[in-house]
Design a protein around this ligand. Sequence first.
Ligand code: RIB
Ligand code: CA
Length: 330
Amino acid sequence: MIEMNGPEKPVIIDTDPGVDDALALILALRSPELHVKAITTVNGNTSLRQSTENALRILEIVALPDPPPVIPGAAIPLNREPIPSASIHGRDGLGEITFLKDRRGKKKYTPPRHKPEPTYAPGAIIELVNEHPGEITIITLGPLTNIALALQTDPGLSRHVKEIITMGGAYSVPGNVTPAAEFNFYCDPEAAQEVIGSGIPLTLVGLDVTRSARLSRHALMNATKKRTRLNQFLRDSTEFVMDFYREREGYHGCCVHDALAVMAAIDGSIIGTKRAHVEIETEGKLTAGMSVADLRPYARGKTGAPNATIALYVDSTRFEQQLLERITDA
Ligand code: RIB
Ligand code: CA
């Protein structure tokens, strides 16, 4: 029985599906606390075209009676070359499920029937936020290019967005794509800095906590015994990335970075936080995309007043339990 954590919260989810994005979207779409007003897609884990196709696939798997629109956004970062697709998510960005065939040799996952909206994500974000000033929470699961473009187009947006909850950064731990930088901020450091400097209330859910936001293969297999299309998708789409974790660190499961950002929007008590001043390195040769947080107990010197709420602790047991309860068909 899923207990509600408070009244329904209208959200926009900006995403680059991505396997962990997929689980995060399923969590958001199946949680009564959130009203997903739109899904906007961005280049990141995979190309914009693939991210958008994957978002449409995920919607069809969840099969809501009234699904939110999928609106494509930026195909490249603000002013850098896109980095090659992240291999951890497979060639199709969803754990290679599009290469799976059934016993008769037929593709298990065919292209989505629905199409994306013919609009553009930054403009759609501006329109939705201005229609509901002070009410919309934006949850970002990929590079921040769309949000930065929306702010550049309509700077007044920073007064009308209720909050941004971002999966991104590494504040007291090493990065993942370089020793200094986490993937989403590394892809587009300028966009990350634009959003962090906007003054919008910001919760940053970085690798400090998402590395502990894990889904074990055993728990997933146990929770998806009922033969449904959704349960099968959860098994199929995580197999590839779980192999990656098993080979790399002997862990039979995977981190579900993005799902923790969504869970924090559903139930803020899942994370422990600290206010701090954060800036993104946009010039460094070795440190581009690094999220520099002043976590010193007595912040000295000119780092400026705290401008973000950083997640430093997570209840990882409750996270895995609540995630499985919400995304699987029991
Ligand atoms: O560093 C983790 C982030 O990069 C997640 O959003 C994952 O989907 C990848 O985009
Ligand atoms: Ca992502």
